[in-house]
Write a protein that binds this ligand. Structure first.
Ligand SMILES: [Ca+2]
Length: 827
């Protein structure tokens, strides 16, 4: 019955739908004995009851019911079962009459059959079930022959059940099982109902008039209107009445179901007392309303200071990416537009001092977009300016008095950093502001005051110093469990339930988050509640987490790199992702200098500075010299281009007689370094003791050919053009010193020239020198001998100098015809 009325409530199926069903899914095996259904309207024209005892793997029909069995279920025998396993169709529960409160009764063990042993296997098999399904297949349509789509027709017909009585005995002893109700078509279910192990009616609505005295109760905890799914929890009933003990924040109120003790949970809160968020959900932390300074609007004289998490794992004492550095007369303005519950909030400023002294004067103003709700909790809110100091020995400060904020509005909280020191201006003074946090004021939470349990809660809260954690602790791990329990309740209260974790699938290790505060478990170097970004100083958000930037400590401005590419912020002239190289065209990291290549190359060795790929026929460390065969001075300040050496032709012309040449800086003339045999500044003359015509193309210089009969240390041994030898030694002569000079002779080429020895009296001195080969002198008449020193036989008077004369001896008076060659005396 609806509370306070005599009117019964009912379940009703969707209008005009013929095929609907109710299914009970039990998570254990039960014994089912009978079922009585009472209908508010006409009973169905056809229906059947099925069961499964293997968790919906297979289904067996218990019984068919039809006004016209042959038409609705052809082939099924109509009548009463004749043995236990008979499946029949009954028509007695399907008549048009009565139009209301008609029943259908089904007993698994028909009373018409005698059962000898109720514990036999056959009986037990028939009773056991894990799932029960009641299929309604045909509506009585009264005068309307067809159940068609017309709305006025459809509107009239539906199934409506006021009571369902079933007998289900539990075989096992489950402590908590769940049961699901499924409707093929959405069936309007109203209210909470219960059923018992014994014959207990399903009670529609929140009517608590039926108090069950049975040992075990099945209780459907919560059925949403028009839902096709509801969870049923089986609970053991305890002796006597127990306090509901509903979570003050997780449940809507302190009342629970009188049977099950189930409290009314706020969204996504579960458990009998509604104290825990459901899986993959979390309750807001007490500092959930947090506004990062680095995301807020700030004056131009503020600086964002990004802070890397400590590499050694030390506790992080800030949130977000870091801080805003505020100086005197700067301001930071926070936009607050996500208030969910109108109440008093304490403004806490989280900061980090940079000086050993306090920051003495910060002005806090709250800008309201319009008038407050005169009937709401903020009706007497006054927005006087608040002033706070930031002590040097603290990391947070709470601004008093608290401010009353209402949902659906956009507030601006402005911090103005007036002066660091009241006494004097200190423009260099600064303070690092991390964030502003709005902490719900405990005293204004209704379940913390006004009743004995509320006072007890507040005492416990205060005894554990729970009020002191949220303002300065950014680490939930430090918070005592008892405080977390209260914070969780407060979070559920302020935000009307729990939030979905929404852990980032890439950056999170798991879909589950911390039930308090919602922190997901992040992969390496990943941060954010949802693990959705790289921590400062890392990059490359991906399945492996994030990689360290590793920016070069000298070459980069800081250690923060592009979150995607990892590019560090390089100083002037440094280069590379980590800024650990010099820019192209520079060398000598970290003191990057431009490559000195005299304009003849663009790049150089990053370590040595040696130029690479010198152009314009230059070479050298700085492209400061001409390559071999070229001359000039390619240094930038001189800038005489490198030209091919004219020695006398250019290199490769086949008329070049120098490997290299140079420029005489005085005369500005080219000086070739001539090959051996060549000489002159252009190598166009032959060296001493060489000859030829190097000034002409194709001409060359050769060594003088003087048969080694010259002194090579002396100059001018041969004619520089003809090669004619001019200083033959060893009594030689000829163009190549190949012959003995006049008055000398030799027998063979390899012999030295010898002087001719000619008898002065016997030699015809006017006839020339001796024979150059034999040494034979030219003799006067009748003179003979190599040296012309003898008269021919029978001749004498060689000393005459005109040849020898015959002896003319008297043949009788002389012994012989022989006479003294010199003296005239006959022998
Ligand atoms: Ca921050």
């Amino acid at each position: 019955m609806y509370p306070g009325t005599r009117q019964k409530s009912w379940w009703q199926s969707e209008n005009g739908k013929e095929n609907v069903y109710i299914q009970l899914d039990l998570e254990a095996e039960f014994h089912f004995t009978h079922l009585i259904i009472t209908f508010k309207t006409f009973r169905p024209a056809a229906m059947l009851i099925e069961r499964s005892y293997d968790f919906k793997q297979t289904w067996q029909v218990y019984r068919y019911f039809a006004y016209n069995c042959a038409e609705s279920f052809p082939g099924i025998r109509e009548g009463y079962p004749e043995n236990l396993t008979d499946v029949v169709c009954e028509s007695r529960y399907s008549a048009l009459d009565p139009s209301t409160d008609g029943e259908i009764i089904y007993r698994v063990l028909p009373p018409t059959l005698h059962i000898d042993n109720p514990y036999s296997e056959q009986v037990q098999n028939l009773l056991k079930m894990t799932n029960l399904r009641i299929n309604f297949t045909k509506l009585h349509t009264l005068g309307d022959d067809l159940l068609d789509k017309r709305e006025d027709i459809q509107e009239k017909y539906y199934y409506a059940i006021t009571d369902m009585v079933s007998a289900i005995a539990i075989i096992m002893q489950p402590v908590a099982i769940s049961m699901l109700l499924f409707m093929k078509q959405p069936v309007e279910l109203v209210g909470v109902f219960a059923m018992a192990a014994n014959i207990i009616p399903w009670v529609p609505t929140v009517n608590n008039a039926n108090l069950f005295t049975t040992e075990t109760l099945l209780e459907i905890s919560k059925i949403q209107k028009s839902a096709d799914l509801a969870t049923v929890t089986l609970m053991e009933k305890q002796d006597g009445c127990q306090p509901c003990d509903c979570d003050p924040g997780g449940s809507y109120d302190k009342n629970c179901d009188v049977i099950s003790g189930q409290c009314q949970c706020r969204e996504h809160m579960v458990g009998r007392t509604c104290s825990t968020p459901k899986q993959q959900h979390y309750t807001a932390s007490l500092d959930f309303l947090l506004y990062e300074a680095e995301s807020a609007r700030s004056s131009a004289n503020c600086q964002v200071v990004i802070r890397e998490p400590y590499r050694d794992g030390s506790e992080i004492t800030w949130t977000g990416i870091g801080f805003v550095k505020a100086f005197e007369r700067s301001f930071i303005e926070f936009n607050i537009d996500d208030i969910r519950t109108a109440m008093d909030y304490e403004i806490a400023i989280r900061y980090e001092p940079t000086l050993p002294s306090n920051w003495e004067d910060v002005e806090v103003t709250i800008e309201r977009p319009g008038p407050v709700d005169p009937n709401g909790p903020c009706h007497d809110a006054r927005d006087e300016v608040r002033r706070v100091a930031l002590p040097a020995n603290s990391r947070s400060i709470t601004v008093y008095p608290p401010v009353c904020l209402e949902p659906g509005r956009s507030y601006k909280v402005k911090l103005t950093f007036r002066r660091s020191n009241f006494e004097r201006d200190t423009p260099s003074a600064s303070v690092l502001i991390d964030s502003v946090v709005l902490i719900p004021r405990i005293e204004k939470i209704p379940w913390f005051y006004g009743s004995i349990p509320a006072e007890a809660r507040r005492q416990e809260f205060e005894r554990n110093h729970c009020a002191s954690y949220p303002a300065y602790s950014v680490q939930t791990g430090q918070i005592p469990e008892v405080c977390k329990k209260y914070y969780s309740s407060i979070g559920a209260y302020i935000f009307n339930g729990a939030f979905s974790c929404q852990c980032d699938p890439t950056g999170s290790v798991s879909k589950l988050c911390d039930e308090y505060g919602g922190h997901c478990m992040c992969k390496i170097n990943v941060v954010g509640r949802r693990c959705d970004r790289c921590s400062p100083g890392t990059y490359g958000f991906g399945p492996e987490g994030c990689r360290a930037c590793d920016c070069n400590s000298i070459g980069a401005l800081d250690n923060f790199c592009n979150a995607t590419t990892g590019q560090c912020k390089c100083r002037a002239n440094t280069y590379g992702r980590e800024c650990d190289q010099c820019r192209t065209g520079f060398w000598n990291f970290p003191n990057c200098q431009r490559c000195d290549c005299n304009g003849h190359a663009d790049i150089c060795d990053s370590r040595t500075g040696a130029c690479i790929n010198c152009r314009d026929n230059t070479q050298g460390h700085n492209c400061d010299q001409c390559v071999e065969g070229f001359y000039g001075d390619p240094r930038l300040n001189v800038d005489i281009p490198c030209r091919p050496c004219p020695c006398p032709g250019i290199p490769g012309s086949n008329h070049s007689y120098a490997e290299r040449c140079s420029l005489d800086m005085y005369t500005k003339d080219v000086v070739c370094e001539c090959q051996e045999g060549y000489s002159g500044s252009r190598c166009d003359v032959c060296s001493d003791n060489y000859f030829g015509n190097p000034e002409e193309p194709g001409g060359s210089c050769q060594a003088c050919d003087c048969n080694e009969k010259i002194d090579l240390l002396k100059p001018g041994n041969c004619d520089p053009h003809t090669g004619q030898c001019k200083q033959c030694l060893y009594e030689t002569t000829g163009d190549h010193c190949e012959i003995c000079r006049s008055g000398f002779f030799r027998y063979a080429e390899d012999r030295m020239c010898e002087e001719c020895v000619c008898h002065i009296l016997g030699t015809n001195s006017s006839a020339g020198p001796c024979d150059p080969t034999s040494g034979q002198c030219v003799c006067l008449p009748n003179v003979t001998g190599l040296n012309c020193d003898q008269c021919i036989p029978n001749h004498w008077k060689i000393a005459s100098g005109e040849g020898c004369e015959p002896c003319n001896c008297d043949p009788q008076g002389s012994l012989r015809q022989q006479c003294n060659e010199v003296n005239f005396k006959n022998e």
